[in-house]
Design a protein around this ligand. Structure first.
Ligand SMILES: [Zn+2]
Length: 309
């Protein structure tokens, strides 16, 4: 059983999409403009299977736009909250807890654009669908478990402010490729994704928070503008996190290397919350109080910088 993307004319969906977006109060990060030809990739779920990434890449290398779905392909409800009341009401935010317990060694294209747009990273660049990440030098905990702890706290905090939150996974046994997580966020008309990770280094003294945003992408001026905007927002996000946690401030990095950024049609931050290879920071990352501080920094960014910046 597989799921496929079909290329069809989809004017009604585009109209519907514009209606949905008009309700979202985000002032920045305009979504991708769909292919002007009207060709969009449509998600057609099968039943009885979880997402497995067996989708075709649009032959023309364009970014895909997919129709919203309201359930996983195995029939369970999608982990998307209803919009509540509060300053983030109407804002759709994706929280993606990086990695999962069981990696998927099968490969998928790292980016939607073709080699003519970017010779270094494109839709012939294949990367593993999912990996299990690093682990803690002190705690011996897995990164995917810590990522989920922080992600669930972030979900709760954003929902408390009224946001609609799309969770790419809510348990550690999920089996979802990085590209599918991205498409899930796109389908839900997400305007911001926080992709939660923890870091690792051969040097145990290295510590701190760093953020990744999109890079040169398909080399269009539109993409460059989005990269610039996302990097500026990323600096504000990093500042809020550092103010909340007191962690060492590292960099905001532009990169084309991440499937989870390249396939998303909206502002996406890979947040590397700290180093599990550092004995002290590893312990902190699993401490509920530190996780709460970390999450409060992210929420402050959304309410004070993203919405009102
Ligand atoms: Zn990671």
């Amino acid at each position: 059983m597989r799921r496929f993307f079909l290329l069809v004319l989809l004017v009604p969906v585009l109209l519907l999409s514009s209606c949905v977006m008009s309700n979202v109060g985000a002032p920045t990060a305009a979504p991708f403009t769909p292919d002007p030809s009207g060709n969009v990739a449509v998600f057609t779920p099968d039943t009885g299977v979880t997402p497995d990434g067996n989708a075709t890449v649009p032959a023309d290398g364009t970014n895909s736009v997919v129709t919203p779905i309201d359930s996983w392909t195995d029939g369970t409800p999608a982990p998307t909250s209803q919009s509540g009341s509060g300053p983030l009401s109407g804002l759709v935010i994706c929280v993606d807890a990086g990695h999962q317990e069981t990696g998927l060694t099968e490969k998928e294209p790292c980016a939607p654009w073709g080699p003519e747009a970017n010779s270094k990273v494109n839709n012939t660049t294949m990367k593993a669908k999912a990996t299990s990440g690093t682990s803690g030098v002190s705690t011996k905990k897995t990164e995917y478990a810590v990522n989920l702890e922080i992600a669930l706290k972030l979900r709760d905090a954003l929902e408390a402010k009224g946001a609609t939150v799309v969770m790419c996974r809510i348990d550690n046994s999920s089996s979802i490729s990085n590209r599918e997580r991205a498409l899930m966020a796109n389908e839900a008309k997400t305007v911001l994704t926080f992709n939660i990770h923890c870091n690792g280094s051969d040097n145990s003294s290295v510590s701190g928070v760093e953020i990744y945003v999109r890079g040169t992408g398909d080399n269009t001026s539109e993409y460059a503008e989005r990269s610039k905007t996302d990097a500026a927002l990323g600096q504000k996000l990093l500042d809020r996190i550092i103010a909340a946690t007191g962690a060492k401030k590292r960099n905001v990095n532009k990169s084309d290397s991440y499937t989870g950024i390249n396939w998303r049609d909206h502002t996406t931050f890979i947040v590397e919350c700290g180093f599990m290879s550092n004995p002290e920071e590893d312990v902190l990352l699993s401490t509920p109080e530190y996780q709460d501080k970390f999450v409060s920094g992210i929420v402050k960014f959304v309410t004070d910088d993203y919405l009102n910046g």
